[in-house]
Design a protein around this ligand. Structure first.
Ligand SMILES: *Cc1c(COP(=O)(O)O)cnc(C)c1O
Length: 411
């Protein structure tokens, strides 16, 4: 009898974006003339940097000739890409990362989701709340979370509320945890953790033999000088942290697919017999067994963002999104709304007026201003009372949306 993995049955349906789509479709039906602007999407809209396009065209031509054709590549990624990653993202910060510590992949959603496989099935997890859903859902599937409570929380998970009250810097968990997911700059709140806050987590992990799973998908959006770009800027993190990075938001690779994970040789965990082992070896085994390498053509496109022209093009695209973020942030705060994020991340997290439930605010914004965003409650219980807008839209739409909110939204 092929019984199913019952952990999957504990997962609530993918309610958030389907419910958003359902409500927008219903509104359209009633008001076919309405010109709806979507500031809910978590996807880039600008095309790939020209440097990546040129590199990928050249790589396609290499594949067309017997002399330069490539079959299976190294599972961990080609050295030309790994060396560029290390040089521009780590050596430049004075951080020493070696080739065998970098694992190139098809994006960091898979890596953030798969990493839990190298930990014990009974390891306990902590997640910030609100949160990118992948960390939680993959641990539900693996059976680490217990069942869903009536209040929307899994009984076996340490939720770390991140709200205006604590400045979006969650307190340490009130129970021992083994795996800690941190996302900085954060999706959905758009906020960051300071050096001091990150050091608090690194110290906790060192004292409690825990591992930090650090998602830095938005590192390229950081504009303030003292926000760490990498967890390894924090003293002691090399022994307790794994870092995830992606070309998706950095360089528009959401549909092209490339990311990487850094697992320093010095990050270790214990077996039940008390022996200690580097996690790098486990992840290398997992990666090479279940993954067969990112396409050569894509790796060439990714490496091209580290050339001088590639860096310039990436910076221009990010600046475009961050100007949208400024327009949203300043536009909404001038209306007296409390807004967070949007300075080091392409997300603006606003507090709903008069503590309105986030789905009610969704409906109000849709009806009064014809603008679509994402209700905070969809990202976790502590997201209730908040709302996410993204800076990934076109400039014209972003400006129009803010003008409409100013004119039409009854606050
Ligand atoms: C977009 C995003 C990623 C990157 O996902 P890819 O699979 O690389 O496209 C990772 N983490 C967070 C929090 C994100 O928002």
């Amino acid at each position: 009898m092929a019984y199913l993995n019952e952990n999957y049955l504990k997962l609530p349906g993918n309610y958030l974006f389907s419910e958003v789509a359902r409500r927008v479709a219903a509104y359209r039906e009633e008001h076919p003339e309405a010109e709806i602007i979507r500031l809910g999407i978590g996807d880039v809209t600008l095309p790939l940097p020209a440097a990546s396009i040129a590199a990928m065209h050249a790589a396609v031509d290499e594949m067309a000739k017997k002399e330069t054709f490539r079959g299976y590549g190294p599972e961990q990624g080609y050295d030309f890409l790994i060396d560029a990653i290390i040089g521009k993202n780590y050596t430049s910060l004075g951080l020493k990362i070696s080739r065998d510590e970098v694992f190139v992949s098809d994006g960091s959603k898979s890596d953030c989701g798969n990493i839990q496989e190298i930990f014990s099935a009974d390891a306990s997890i902590a997640i910030t709340d609100p949160v990118y859903p992948v960390y939680l859902d993959t641990n539900v599937m693996a059976g680490r979370t217990g069942a869903l409570d009536k209040d929307g929380r899994f009984a076996g998970v340490a939720y770390l509320p991140s709200t205006e009250e604590n400045g979006f810097a969650p307190a340490l968990p009130d129970r021992p945890v083994d795996m800690i997911y941190l996302c900085c700059p954060n999706n959905p709140t758009g906020t960051t953790l300071s050096r001091t806050e990150l050091a608090k987590w690194v110290d906790y992990a060192r004292a409690n033999d825990a591992v930090i799973l650090f998602d830095a998908a938005y590192a390229a959006y950081i504009t303030e000088p003292d926000i760490p770009r990498s967890i390894y800027e924090i003293e002691g993190a090399r022994e307790v942290a794994i870092e995830f990075r992606s070309f998706s938001k950095t360089a528009g690779f959401t549909g092209t697919r490339c990311g990487y994970t850094v697992v320093p040789q010095s990050v270790t965990a214990k077996a039940k017999d008390g022996s200690r082992h580097p996690l790098n070896a486990l992840w290398a085994r997992r990666h090479s067994t279940k993954f067969n390498g990112t396409a050569y053509i894509i790796q060439r496109g990714a490496a091209a963002i580290y050339t001088d022209e590639g860096q310039k093009q990436v910076a221009e695209n990010i600046a475009y999104y961050m100007e949208n973020a400024r327009i949203i942030r300043e536009g909404l705060s001038s209306l007296g709304l409390s807004v967070f994020g949007g300075v080091n991340a392409p997300y603006i997290w606003l507090k709903t007026p008069n503590a309105m439930p986030s789905w009610d605010f969704f409906d109000k914004l849709l009806r009064e201003a014809n603008v679509v965003g994402t209700p905070g409650a969809g990202f976790g219980p502590s997201g209730e009372g908040y709302f996410r807008l993204t800076a990934f839209g076109a400039r014209e739409d972003t400006e129009k949306a803010i003008a409409r909110i100013r004119e039409k939204l009854a606050l």
